[in-house]
Design a protein around this ligand. Structure first.
Ligand code: ADP
Ligand code: ZN
Length: 357
């Protein structure tokens, strides 16, 4: 069993990482709650909901099972969950468990943050990608203008990560999760980066996967502790996300998995780092690795102007400038304000380059 701890401003919470931990959940729920509401999606419910219900030794457990996909992270679903929670009679002494990937974690967490002004919740991530989103207390839903624009910082009571559940992930989701791991590696840890580049995603050894995810969580935990509200260092975790989020919104959620969009965003951030900072980066190797692992990096024609417009709706915009995370070297991120016209030019060059290599 691996146990990490996060010192949030409101409280300290544990991250438990163990294969099979879903079978002994009650041992890891510290308080006595009057009711428990498990929020999950259909795919995860089919695979794991019975295990969870069985291991929650509690008389009043309710469940809400949503369709899978990013489109549930919206106001209507958020409201419907509140309605059901009220009908179930959840109180301030109740607990919400978010069982699923990042979508469920963000949405259920935001419900917990707002239900009766905030009740306890536990994150139970079931994807590789959610190793990132389940730690650090960012919870949100999307607005049609952009991703995660309505939300809050609201830390969970615990993160309970059963890595056994990762064995059933479809390859697209493994790919998506590894992009987020690459992000963490590139901003903080060259050895993790090298280790990831040495694997093939469709042929990962379980021990390697565990090691990568554990490392990713430690990098995330470290940055979140230093800067919970994203005033400084936590911003580095947005590496690859400026273009990534704009692509997701422009192409429509679900066309690219979040991590697939982030992978393209990472390549772009490396390209810009080379151009603007004359950084020496292994961009070619990254590009090859992404291709070898079937990341969809060749996109249809996209308008750079509308992508930049979309980037300007990002939460990270400062005095009307898009802020990008760039790399001086692997493990040395910096924040860079970007001029709109310059960004548009760089995007055009970038798309030309990746479509012609
Ligand atoms: P993320 O944002 O973490 O990628 P999502 O919540 O969008 O996660 O989930 C991605 C997809 O993977 C969804 O279709 C979800 O139902 C499915 N999924 C989540 N966890 C698992 C799992 N452990 N095994 C199989 N499918 C899963
Ligand atoms: Zn992300």
């Amino acid at each position: 069993m691996q146990k990490l701890q996060i010192n949030a401003t409101t409280h300290i919470y544990p991250i438990y990482i163990q294969a099979g931990i879903r079978h002994s959940l009650s041992d890891y729920i510290a308080k006595d709650y009057d009711k428990i509401l498990v929020i999950t999606d259909e795919n995860v419910a089919t695979l794991y909901l019975a295990d969870i219900r069985c291991s929650l030794h509690h008389e009043q457990v309710y469940t809400i099972t949503l369709p899978p996909g990013e489109h549930v992270k919206q106001l209507q679903t958020f409201y419907d969950i509140h309605t059901k929670a009220l009908q179930f009679g959840l109180t301030r002494q109740s607990l919400i468990i978010a069982l699923g990937g990042g979508v469920i974690g963000d949405l259920a967490g935001f419900v917990a943050a707002t239900y009766m002004r905030g009740i306890d919740y536990i994150q139970m991530p079931t994807t590789i990608l959610a190793h990132d989103s389940s730690v650090g207390g960012k919870v949100a839903i999307n607005h049609e203008y952009g991703k995660n624009l309505i939300g809050q910082f609201y830390s969970p009571q615990a993160v309970i990560y059963d890595m056994e559940t990762l064995q059933t992930l479809p390859l697209k989701e493994v790919r998506s999760g590894y992009a987020e791991l690459l992000k963490e590696a590139l901003i903080a840890e060259p050895t993790l980066y090298n280790s990831i580049l040495s694997i093939k995603i469709n042929n990962i050894v379980v021990e390697q996967l565990k090691m990568h995810v554990r490392n990713g969580i430690m990098i995330k935990a470290n940055l979140v502790e230093k800067d919970e509200k994203e005033a400084n260092e936590r911003k580095y975790l947005n590496f690859g996300h400026t273009l990534g989020h704009a692509l997701e919104t422009t192409l429509g959620y679900g066309t690219l998995a979040h991590g697939e969009a982030v992978a393209i965003g990472i390549l772009f951030a490396m390209f810009v780092s080379e151009k603007k900072l004359s950084a020496q980066l292994p961009t070619k190797d990254m590009y090859r690795w992404l291709l070898d692992n079937d990341y969809p990096i060749h996109l249809q024609e996209l308008s750079s102007t509308s992508l930049v417009k979309q980037m300007k709706l990002d939460k990270k915009v400062v005095s009307n400038h898009v802020q990008m995370v760039l790399l001086q070297a692997i493990g040395e991120p910096i924040l860079q304000k970007m001029d709109e016209a310059e960004l548009e030019g760089l995007l055009e060059q970038f798309f030309k380059k990746i479509n012609n290599v």
